[in-house]
Ligand binder design. Structure first.
Ligand code: MEV
Length: 399
């Protein structure tokens, strides 16, 4: 038996004590971990049920970027980030664009995908022609699971069979499309897929019955969500770009900024940094609302590669003397379910935002992303990042 067998069964103090006894934790670190343990028993219990072997917490700064004007409505945006300048940059950008019409955003679509991956060695033509009957049986068998979601406006919106037998012998996918109302929907999607997968063998036997049994390899949602997407645009006339520190000539600023965007489109080295700056803003909102930032980032980076190479997620136009700057990103997030309501600070963030539905939160997070990216690129193409992007208090100290 390993030295740490049973560790997970110990209470928090015993876990820490065991680590001290084994020489893995010194007294000073022990005190530090204890000092960061949650004081509120409700929070302590919530955290212990969230994940495993919890011995302390790891706080991050919780900030507010005020003055975001999004589709004509003003928001104070909660941002959780450890990185200096991010909140200052978002706030600066929010103020700048609020004076120029604000952020115009729209949800393009909210469809999410789940996959049942399986091996089946029968005749591909037979499974293709039987698939409508198989799918309608699967839909009715998952009815009890989807009913509640359908009442909230979601549910299964499509099922298709994908034949990938040319890549792996006998490999097919059943690709299921879902709408998950205001939840991110991971649990719902995974439960539906697993119940459908459990029925796959009998469904194939009912409609094909050639003695070939499917081998389900796995059933899981996909975090690649190109059809769960939001768009965010800022726009003004080029003369209205005047007033930015370091900008004497707005037309020249627009030209240099536009080149910065084009460079991120063509060069992956620059694109990754460009997109990282976008996620400085998006992740901070995703964290403040206890959404899954790994899923949001993974989806964004996959989307950035859809054209065949990794590319910047924004696009620009400066035609007809109009500076129009747009971000388009996938984002599968929720405002119900998961931690969004049970984590007191996530619930507080949603309250500060006026309890948005999921689509509205996508638009707020995208606005924060575009705000951060605009501020970064403005600094990069004018004064340089060191002078132009320091947090306010640093700037004061170094003056
Ligand atoms: C730093 O966190 C983000 C930037 O590097 C983004 C960018 O270069 O666009 C400033």
């Amino acid at each position: 038996m390993g030295r740490h067998t049973g560790f997970s069964k110990l209470g928090t103090s015993d876990k820490l004590q065991k680590l001290v006894e084994e020489g893995l934790l010194d007294k000073e670190t022990l005190h530090l971990l204890v000092s960061f343990q949650p004081q509120d028993p409700l929070v302590a219990s919530l955290f212990e049920h969230l994940t495993e072997n919890v011995v302390s917490t790891f706080p991050l700064p919780y900030s507010i970027a005020p003055g975001f004007l999004i589709n004509g409505r003003e928001y104070a945006v909660p941002m959780v980030t450890e990185e200096s300048s991010v909140v200052a940059a978002a706030s600066w950008s929010a103020r700048f664009w609020a004076e120029r019409g604000g952020f115009r955003t729209r949800v393009i679509s909210e469809t999410k995908i789940g996959q049942i991956h399986f091996i089946w060695l029968g005749n591909p033509d037979q499974i293709k022609s039987a698939s409508p009957a198989i799918f309608s049986r699967m839909r009715s068998s998952s009815g009890p699971l989807t009913e509640g979601m359908e009442n909230r406006g979601g549910g299964i919106t499509g099922i298709e069979l994908i034949n990938l037998t040319h890549l792996i012998e006998g490999y097919y996918q059943i690709r299921v499309s879902f709408l998950t109302a205001d939840s991110m929907g991971a649990n719902f999607i995974n439960s539906c897929l697993e119940s459908m997968a459990a029925d796959l063998g009998s469904a194939l036997n009912e409609f094909i019955n050639d003695g070939n049994n499917p081998e389900v390899i796995m059933s899981i949602l996909s975090n690649h969500t190109p059809d769960c997407r939001v768009e965010c645009t800022v726009e003004c006339t080029i003369p209205e770009l005047a007033g930015i520190r370091g900008v004497d000539d707005p037309a020249d600023f627009a030209r240099r900024f536009s080149l910065g965007v084009q460079i991120a489109k063509i060069d992956p080295y620059r694109a990754v940094t460009h997109n990282k700056g976008i996620y400085n803003g998006i992740d901070a909102v995703i964290l403040a609302t206890a959404n899954d930032f790994r899923a949001v980032e993974a989806a964004g980076h996959a989307y950035a590669s859809l054209g065949g190479h990794y590319s910047g997620l924004t696009r620009i136009s400066t035609d007809n003397n109009i500076f129009r700057y747009t971000l388009e990103v996938p984002m599968a997030i929720g405002t119900v379910g998961g931690l969004t309501k049970s984590h007191p600070l996530a619930a507080a963030s949603l309250k500060i935002l006026g309890n948005p539905h999921a689509g509205e939160l996508m638009q707020i997070a995208a606005s924060a992303g575009l705000a951060n990216n605009f501020a970064a690129l403005k600094a990069l193409t004018t004064t340089g990042i060191q002078a132009g992007h320091l947090p306010l208090h640093h700037r004061k100290q170094s003056q």
